[in-house]
Design a protein. Structure first.
Length: 151
């Protein structure tokens, strides 16, 4: 299900919470006009972020609510916002989770993939070439005794 399939009343994040996520995403990855890269708060990227964020909504909402008590995101600079998330241990888990969601969404955007020389397509059915490696690295794993219970 993507965000286009949701009606606004189904969204787990309030408009204000979405704005805070967008402000943090924009602070993490700014628009680069020189390279033609969007910011992480670009509407297309934000749709993907919100789709992914739904899976962690409980913890993200807690973090957003705690952050809202600390600062006014309307007047806080992106640098100050990131500084608070980075230095305050109260936001460590929230910041890490949101960073993962933002990065995954951003680097799935076709514009970003293309700018980095990647094909903006799924890896299958065409697949990607992988260099042959040294299979002997798996010998230790193959020789290890099973650590699971037989059913």
């Amino acid at each position: 299900m993507n965000s286009d399939d949701l009606i606004s009343s189904d969204n787990v994040f309030s408009k204000k919470q979405q704005q805070i996520i967008s402000a943090i995403a924009n602070a993490m990855i700014r628009k680069d006009d020189l390279l033609g890269l969007p910011s992480a708060s670009d509407p297309r990227v934000m749709r993907t972020i919100m789709d992914k964020a739904v899976h962690f909504s409980g913890r993200l909402i807690e973090g957003i609510d705690a952050l809202s008590e600390e600062i006014d995101t309307r007047i806080t600079t992106p640098e100050a916002l990131l500084d608070l998330l980075d230095k305050n241990p109260k936001f460590r888990s929230f910041s890490r989770m949101l960073t993962i969601v933002v990065m995954q969404a951003y680097y799935q955007d076709p514009r970003v993939l293309t700018a980095h020389g990647q094909s903006a397509r799924p890896p299958f059915p065409l697949g990607h070439d992988v260099e042959s490696g040294d299979w002997s690295l798996l010998d230790q794993v193959k020789q290890r005794k099973p650590f699971y219970r037989h059913a």
